[in-house]
Design a binder for this molecule. Structure first.
Ligand SMILES: Nc1ncnc2c1ncn2[C@@H]1O[C@H](COP(=O)(O)OP(=O)(O)OP(=O)(O)O)[C@@H](O)[C@H]1O
Ligand SMILES: [Mg+2]
Length: 626
């Protein structure tokens, strides 16, 4: 009886700890709010969709699997080899056979290392390819979404989708999946090798497997929760940062730094404690598995030594010193992959969560799409008609009410009216940034829904209220995607719209660097650059939303002059604030609360003595004051 004390003690300790953990397991619920993200897709569906990205690399994956078999050879063969060396040293020691063992050992090690290396490189390459494919698809999908859909998604969230989440997926292909397989192979291989050596000792090692399984299940529950908290915290911080970095100027102007800092500290602390919790969970799990490992080593030493001394023969297998040594090594090779498996399963789960988040973005159907038999809009005259157009950004909240007007090709139409009356909205409807709810918008007599969106937009030059410049150079901002334009033509366009004076002042001219959002240029300068951009793209219809921002008189004169030139090239729809611009228009449309109140030429409207007349008088008085 005394002889079993060591075994019993080990068993009891493991048992007590298991009980504590089982209790803890049931006392903590994986609350949905705590997760912050409900998984709706089935794992099988996610796998199916992910496989589509892996498919093109199927051959490489198979090759990687084959190479992997070589890379695990060391784990499976080396313990037996060492066991044999032990036997040889104890028995008839021969220097020659020792050398041959060492050579074999070194060879296996070398093969293992080389194949691990090759495998890693191959996987990284495949992973990066898959990653960039997903990222591209995702970005182009986001590009296809309508303005209304984009407004509902915080930029920070989308950034996390395109960067972190795609990264998690690539990790899954490069690291997790392969390591999962590798670990399974190693476990199977090690069990096989142990069985060949000694059934009895293998059984002893396997006795520990249920405990490992138990710990793993519990660990997974805790770590999943911790992991999700870390992820949500990261998304939260990204969203906060992207919004507040863009609005930093406002924060500083309004002295809101402290408040924002507090908010940031809150989010930061939340992420920090989530990370701590995650580390804590891992910090408990690893020593636990290690404890199991040590316990099994103790059992091995005890049982192995007894078996060796007593010369026990079990089903024809004898325990030798070599067997004990080999087992000592196998046990660690057995526990390692199990611990890895448990941890990798979590990575896999989190990669699935990321995949699901990405697929949910993919599943958002663009709500402004080409109709089934949409035609290409090739040649445009430039006639535009709004026929009883009703539009609301939010259902029922009409922003445009029964708006009708006609623009003949080559004409200039000016929209005026108070702020919020719907001027910008009208402009954004013509190129289908939004779809209207009632009525029709026609270009050259055909409903714009009958054209493909890309061909429709090709014929528009949009110069918006708040000109957006991308980081890059002036040249890249003028050309955008158009590449077959010489510098000569770009400069010509700049001269035409008076942007050349601006260029002359810049040390690097067209190559002058543009900071994010064009922060190093004034509103007026940005407007001039956007004029040049339009001229280079030679659109038939131009849309211009005059900047409301104050522009210095010098630039003002330049803009005025270029505006007149723009009026001569094609159809121009312009939201104008300056009377001088409006006066030259062929038709003036006065809007109020989404309805057309008056329309006609400058003189016609003045004679009418209506709202436009009042606006005109007001502006004239202002001009006199100045
Ligand atoms: N993306 C949006 N979502 C919901 N409502 C919007 C959106 N954009 C504009 N609106 C609303 O639609 C109305 C018309 O806005 P619009 O931008 O067309 O005005 P505007 O005439 O161009 O004004 P301003 O002269 O100030 O530029 C406003 O009441 C505004 O609140
Ligand atoms: Mg506007």
């Amino acid at each position: 009886m005394y002889e079993f004390y060591p075994l019993l003690t080990v068993g009891a300790v493991v048992g007590v700890i298991s009980v504590i953990f089982i209790l803890a397991y049931f006392s903590i619920k994986d609350r949905k709010e705590a997760i912050g993200f409900d998984r709706n897709m089935k794992d099988s569906e996610i796998i199916k969709r992910l496989m589509q990205y892996a498919k093109p690399h199927a051959k490489s994956f198979i090759l990687v699997m084959i190479i992997m078999l070589f890379s695990i050879a060391y784990d499976i063969i080396s313990p037996t080899l060492i066991g044999n060396v032990e036997e040889m040293i104890k028995g008839d020691f021969e220097y020659k056979s020792l050398i041959s063992y060492v050579i074999v050992y070194a060879l296996i090690l070398a093969v293992s290392l080389v194949s691990t290396y090759v495998q890693a490189i191959m996987l990284q390459k495949i992973g990066q390819k898959i990653l960039s494919a997903i990222r591209e698809d995702l970005f182009s999908h986001i590009e296809s979404l309508s303005h209304a859909q984009l407004h509902t998604m915080p930029v920070g969230k989308l950034v996390t989708r395109v960067t972190n989440d795609t990264n998690a997926i690539s990790m899954m292909f490069t690291n997790i999946l392969v390591n999962l397989l590798k670990n399974v192979f190693i476990i199977v291989g090690v069990i096989g090798a142990m069985l060949l050596l000694n059934y009895g000792l293998t059984l002893m090692v396997l006795c520990f497997a249920p405990f490992i399984a138990l710990f793993t299940v519990i660990f997974r529950k805790f770590s999943r929760k911790a992991y999700r908290e870390v992820k949500d915290g990261t998304t939260d911080i990204n969203t906060f940062l992207s919004e507040n970095l863009s609005g930093m100027k406002i924060i500083q102007i309004f002295n809101r730094e402290d408040r924002k800092m507090e908010e940031f500290e809150g989010k930061n602390t939340k992420l920090k404690s989530a990370k701590f919790r995650q580390m804590f969970v891992f910090g408990i799990f690893r020593p636990l598995v290690y404890m199991l490992y040590i316990s099994s080593v103790l059992c091995l030493l005890y049982l192995g030594a007894r078996g060796y001394i007593n010369d026990t023969v079990f089903l024809g297998q004898k325990i030798t010193g070599g067997v004990v040594v080999a087992f000592y090594m196998y046990i660690s090779k057995f526990f390692n992959p199990i611990q890895n498996l448990a941890e990798q399963f979590n990575w896999l789960q989190s990669a699935f969560a990321s995949a699901e988040k990405i697929f949910t973005v993919f599943d958002i159907k663009p709500d402004v799409v080409d109709e089934d038999n949409a035609i290409e809009l090739t040649d445009v005259r430039g006639d535009i008609e709004f026929r009883n157009v009703w539009f609301a950004y939010n259902e029922g909240d009409w922003v445009l009410k029964d708006v009708s007007f006609k623009v003949k090709a080559g004409q200039t139409v000016a929209f005026c009216g108070s702020t919020g009356s719907g001027k910008t909205t009208i402009l954004s409807l013509i190129c289908r940034n939004y779809d209207i709810q009632r009525g029709e918008i026609l270009i050259d007599g055909i409903n714009i829904r009958k054209y493909t969106i890309s061909s429709l937009r090709r014929h528009f030059g949009q110069m918006l209220q708040d000109v957006f410049l991308f980081s890059g150079t002036i040249r890249s901002n003028i050309l955008l995607r158009k590449e077959d334009v010489s510098d000569e033509e770009v400069l010509k366009a700049c001269r035409y719209v008076n942007a050349d004076k601006l260029l002359d002042k810049l040390p690097s001219g067209l190559d002058e660097e543009v900071m994010e959002r064009g922060a190093n240029f004034s509103a007026g300068q940005r407007q001039l650059i956007s004029f040049a951009r339009t001229i280079v793209h030679k659109p038939e219809i131009m849309i211009l939303d005059e900047a409301t921002a104050n522009i210095d008189t010098e630039t003002e004169v330049l803009i005025q002059d270029s505006l007149e030139k723009l009026m001569n090239i094609g159809t121009l729809l312009i939201v104008a604030h300056r009377l001088s611009t409006i006066r030259r228009a062929d038709n003036i449309i006065y809007l109020s609360h989404g309805e057309i109140k008056e329309q006609g030429t400058h003189n016609e409207l003045l004679e009418k003595k209506g709202r436009y007349y009042e606006l005109y008088k007001l502006q004239q008085d202002k001009a006199q004051l100045v």
